[in-house]
Write a new protein. Structure first.
Length: 215
């Protein structure tokens, strides 16, 4: 009986956190920049892979609900923390694909490819779930090359925030903060063949995104 109630409570946690995050995020004075170019690309049949650092994804949860009409996908680890994040993603209208570079990565990547081809939109946390911070893993390049999607980096800044003592210096904007979601230019990672081209694209994306990591 105790086990039954524990599982029931675990199922309620994502729903509670989702509504809490939504309420908390509505205190932000949110500004969205450079969103239209990649949305126009999608309207004309293109595919888009939104990418951000693990440090900065929290502040995007509220706005990402607006993309739920596409039923986009997001890869989330199979850890216990990942269970909660996956529940929040599903509540936001996103499909959670469970896996990471260290666990069921190949299967998860295959599912992400299929879903991105179908919906035209997906998101990827480039250094998650455990870092190291500032190092882009191979998954984003593999996903972009397998689907022909353009990569669109997302950078989040806040005029007032707390930074956790975690591997990524996780950022939590303070209530009523000015929060900016800035979309970068569309990046094509599909050119060239072989391992050398693959690694060149990974490093180029890493060097372009790394200056936007917050201290």
């Amino acid at each position: 009986m105790q086990e039954k109630y524990r599982y029931k409570l675990a199922g309620l946690v994502p729903g509670f956190l989702y509504h809490f995050i939504r309420c908390y995020s509505w205190t932000f004075r949110l500004h969205i920049e450079n969103e239209k170019p990649w949305q126009e690309h999608m309207k004309h049949g293109g595919r888009v892979l939104l990418c951000c650092w693990h440090q900065q994804f929290f502040a995007a949860i509220r706005h990402f609900k607006a993309y739920s009409v596409h039923r986009p996908a997001l890869m989330i680890s199979q850890s216990k923390d990942g269970d909660i994040v996956a529940g929040i993603a599903e509540k936001s209208g996103w499909h959670a694909v469970r896996g990471s570079s260290s666990r069921n990565g190949g299967r998860a990547l295959k599912e992400m490819v299929e879903r991105l081809k179908c919906s035209g939109l997906a998101a990827h946390i480039v250094d998650g779930p455990k870092g190291p911070s500032g190092i882009i893993k191979a998954g984003v390049v593999s996903l972009a090359r397998a689907t022909g999607a353009v990569v669109v980096p997302l950078y989040v800044t806040s005029d007032r925030a707390w930074y956790f003592n975690s591997w990524d210096r996780f950022m939590l904007p303070k209530p009523f903060a000015e929060v900016y979601l800035r979309f970068g230019e569309m990046v094509d990672l599909t050119t060239g063949q072989g391992d050398a081209a693959f690694e060149r694209h990974r490093l180029q994306l890493q060097e372009s995104m790394r200056p936007y990591l917050l201290p």
